[in-house]
Design a protein around this ligand. Sequence first.
Ligand code: UDP
Ligand code: MG
Length: 323
Amino acid sequence: MQQNDQQQPTDILPLSIVVPCFNEETGIKELVRRCCGSALSAVGEGYELILVDDGSTDGTWAAITAEIAHRANVVAIKLSRNYGHQVALTAGLAAVRGRVVFVLDADLQDPPELLGAMLEAMRESRADVVYGQRRSRAGDSWFKTTTASLFYRLLEISTDILIPVDAGDFRLMSRRISDIVAQMPERDRFIRGMIASVGFKQIPFPYDRQQRYAGSTKYPLSKMIRFAADAFLGFSMALLRFSSLAAFGLLLALIGVAIYSIYAWASLEVVPGWTSIMISIIVVSLFQLIALSVIGEYVGRIYLSTKNRPLFIIDAIERGTTQ
Ligand code: UDP
Ligand code: MG
């Protein structure tokens, strides 16, 4: 985001393509060939292909710079270390000069050739975002497909924002959307959710996810868990509200137990002291649950404020004209 201040990119191009790359040396040449071919037939020469090297430890940077040597449309950004996919993507979005921004992965699981049809869909429906929605996931393991599907559905029921299911970061978006997202200062980024939160017209584009062209996944289980945590913690207060829900759910049960212990004390044989212990436990636990839910609610609000997301975004303002 600092880059934005330094570079002040000017809007001059019809299209920017942004690709985060982490240890993708074997696929770069093919990636560039297919992206450039697709962009050329969709918009002519007026495009840029921004490749962000996210602190790769293999020959990715060398492969990218080798492309720059003979392709004027390629822009290379090298990050100082590995920041992770979502931050690398943000670095690319902060540097775009195009009026429309196309985002895809470096491994060619999302076919660059769909660009033309997605541009057409954007134009036809006057949408600000055309997001790829996976009909099938050829290259992914059973484990990945199942956990991803579960993840999207759980997220869907636990947030207020409509984050589309089975959609990754593969998408076409207008410059206003990419600028807003690049400027959002939050650190643990879940970009597809952030884009959904911006609003405007966003439409799905069904496609079949391909096999990885080369190399292996750069999202091991640890990164997938981190990513899922960013999504849930960043877009849902469900976990913080757990104690409120528990208090609400247990309220009737605990009151029932309290009544029973008083009844048992009055008319059944109980060990002396049992009733008073039961009542104290119930009162204290209820008090703790309620106190935790109040604190949770405050913490949630503070957390959301620190994200500094725009309070609202205006699509258009129209004024009546005087005669
Ligand atoms: N990636 C990145 N930084 C990372 C991990 C991944 O820039 O720390 C890039 C990677 O090079 C690829 C994209 O993010 O372009 C998606 O990664 P991958 O294809 O490995 O994820 P999968 O498709 O297996 O979920
Ligand atoms: Mg992939």
